[in-house]
Design a protein. Structure first.
Length: 122
């Protein structure tokens, strides 16, 4: 068995693959044309953060309703940085510590998954 780390749509998985005996024979599989145009995936927003920065992450999957901070703004511990709608409820996402906003990685209307970085603080 060989172990590999694979990243699919931003999620990293560790997989084990068993090598079977015999020669490898490549087989061309037919590829069907898509029936509808496929939208290109959005490019990830690269956070501009320094070592020791604090990442404010989404506590659950949902949609960003409002971003309350901007880059360069000072925030206090517990201050609301964004509003996240999940299960038809608006949830306040707060800064876990005081700092200066180094990056804002989402905008209103963005869908986020659990642990996606919303804001980075220095």
């Amino acid at each position: 068995m060989k172990k590999f780390q694979v990243t699919v749509n931003g999620n990293t998985y560790e997989v084990e693959v068993e090598e079977l005996g015999g020669a490898f024979t490549p087989v061309a599989a037919p590829v069907a044309a898509p029936k509808a145009p496929v939208a290109a995936p959005k490019a990830p927003v690269a956070p501009v953060a320094t070592a020791g920065s604090t990442k404010v992450v989404a506590p659950m999957p949902g949609k960003i309703v409002d971003v309350k901070v901007s880059v360069g703004q000072s925030v206090k511990e517990g201050e609301v940085v964004a509003i996240l709608e999940a299960m038809k409820m608006e949830n306040e996402v707060v800064a876990p510590s005081a700092g200066t906003v180094a990056s804002v990685n989402v905008t209103a209307g963005n869908a986020v998954e659990t642990n996606d970085v919303i804001v980075t603080l220095n």
